[in-house]
Design a binder for this molecule. Structure first.
Ligand code: PBG
Length: 325
């Protein structure tokens, strides 16, 4: 054969492949989600997320420093609220001395440069396990947004760098931005969960926080996974309302959405490689059916290649270690 173009030339050695690789993961691409519990010196493995833990604030600080030393530059905080503090209105979410606020202050004091993102939604605080206030069996939008705005201000006051609303209420990005401006927090960013789908892949996360919905599902606020155009609409609205970063969630079954949004917005796009996606890789690896490290790097590279410049992932630490070699 006399071929003019032989594509295998650029694949023939590790050196050539490294030269022409289009997508390179780096530790600062990752946002490490952390599950925080009350107490001291406690680390509990989450049964459906092998190798991932809920930790008390003191141990969380050790984890944050270790992530920082590996090159990870951002953590996303979730707290497990005590049952007796849960109600329908997310009262505890506004407590200036609540677990989220204390954890945020402690992390900013221990590792000031780490970018601290805080989850904003009512589900960990809700007796119903829903992201908003429940009235007559419905999740009511506007009263919920009012609480989310206050919650965001309270996180900003505790030192959060970026507020991450994961609730999917209408108009919350604009309301949060307005509230932050009004209270003088004009350096606090917003990472909007813009295209967040009603997904079965959140199952293990709800085990981690004991936050599964007590009735019904989340389909009246989270998006239908059949939809693509709606994701673009949601995301463009969040950008208009003041989102600094937008997010697609979950990641692996939504790579088309990540790309579509990447092509449509001029803000950084993030993706959330969610708990169920973590659990699938872990479970298959435990059975000896997948090479875990390879599955991690291939999955995260695919998500970045699709257009996510930031990836929230429970593999943040493992991936950073693998990349650093
Ligand atoms: C709730 C929230 C969820 C996740 C992040 N924030 C679960 C849900 O919407 O029910 C899921 C994250 C994951 O599965 O890793 N506001």
């Amino acid at each position: 054969m006399h071929l003019i173009r032989r594509n295998r030339i650029l694949r023939q050695s590790p050196a050539i492949r490294a030269m022409v690789a289009e997508t390179i993961l780096k530790p600062s691409d990752f946002i490490a989600p952390l599950f925080i519990i009350e107490g001291q010196g406690v680390k509990e493995e989450i049964s459906s997320m092998k190798g991932y833990y809920r930790m008390t604030v003191d141990l969380t600080l050790v984890e944050v420093k270790s992530l920082w030393s590996l090159g990870v530059r951002s953590v996303l905080l979730f707290i497990k609220c005590k049952d007796e503090l849960k109600d329908n209105n997310g009262t505890e979410a506004l407590n200036p001395d609540g677990l989220m606020q204390r954890a945020t202050r402690a992390i900013k004091a221990a590792c000031p440069e780490m970018v601290v993102m805080t989850d904003v939604a009512l589900d960990p605080f809700s007796t119903y396990g829903h992201d908003g206030i429940v009235a007559d069996g419905e999740i009511v939008n506007d009263p919920t947004v009012a609480v989310l705005a206050k919650m965001s201000v309270s996180h900003a006051a505790a030192g959060a760098d970026i507020i991450a609303p994961s609730d999917m209420m209408d108009g919350r990005i604009g309301a949060i931005r307005e509230a932050l401006e009004q209270e003088g927090y004009n350096k606090t960013g917003i990472m909007a969960y813009s295209a967040k789908y009603a997904s079965c892949f959140y199952g293990p996360f709800r085990d981690a926080l004991d936050s599964a919905p007590g009735f019904g599902d989340k389909k009246t606020y989270q998006m239908d996974y059949a939809n693509r155009i709606e994701a673009v609409k949601e995301t463009l609205m969040d950008v208009e309302e003041g989102a600094d970063i937008v997010m697609v969630k979950p990641a692996m079954a939504y790579l088309d959405i990540i790309r579509e949004i990447k092509d449509r917005v001029d803000v950084p796009v993030s993706a959330y490689h969610v708990s169920g996606e973590y659990a699938m890789i872990k479970a298959a690896a435990q059975m000896g059916w997948l090479d875990e490290n390879k599955a991690i790097i291939e999955s995260l590279t695919g998500i970045k290649r699709a257009g996510a410049s930031l990836i929230a992932t429970y593999f943040a630490k493992d991936a950073a270690r693998l990349i650093n070699g």
